[in-house]
Write a protein that binds this ligand. Sequence first.
Ligand code: CO8
Length: 123
Amino acid sequence: MCFACSPRNPIGLHLRFSMDGDTCRTTFTPREEHQGWNGCMHGGLISTLLDEVMAQWLWRQGISAMTAEMTTRFSRPVPIGVPVNVESRLVEHKGRLWALSARVILPDGRAAARATAKFLTVD
Ligand SMILES: CCCCCCCC(=O)SCCNC(=O)CCNC(=O)[C@H](O)C(C)(C)COP(=O)(O)OP(=O)(O)OC[C@H]1O[C@@H](n2cnc3c(N)ncnc32)[C@H](O)[C@@H]1OP(=O)(O)O
C-alpha cells in the first residue's frame, strides 16, 4: 500500500499520475498535516513527490526500479493550500541504472524544488 500513490492508504498522498509525451506528471495540494516550516510543506514530503514522480515514469514504461540515490534542491517554499505541478523526465539509461530528473512547479511557473535521482532495476 504505497504511501504516495495507493488510493487505499488512509494516511497516503493519493497521487495520480499521467504520461504527457516523455514527461510523467501529477498535481498535489498540500494540507495542514503536510506542514513543516510554518505555512509551508515539509521538505521530506516534497522529496516524496519528486521521488514518486520519477519512480512512476519508470513504472509506466514497465520498468521495476528502486531509488538508489537522490539529490534535492529546495529553491522556494511550497505554501500550504496551493496546488503544485510535479513532473519528471528520463535523463540517461545504462544497463540497470536509470537517471531521472523532476521538478515541483508553483502556479506562477517557478520551480520550488528540483531533484535528480538514480534508480536501479530490480527483479
Ligand atoms: C511505482 C511503484 C514504486 C514506487 C517506489 C518509489 C521509489 C522508492 O521509494 S524505492 C524505496 C527506497 N529505495 C530503497 O529502499 C532502495 C534500497 N537499496 C537497495 O535495495 C539496493 O541497494 C538496490 C536494489 C538499489 C541495489 O542493490 P543491488 O541490486 O544489490 O545492486 P548493487 O550490486 O548494489 O549495484 C549494482 C550496480 O549498480 C551500481 N550502483 C548502485 N548504486 C549506485 C548509485 N547510486 N549510483 C551509481 N551506481 C550505483 C553498483 O556500483 C553496481 O555496479 P557494478 O555492477 O558495475 O558493480
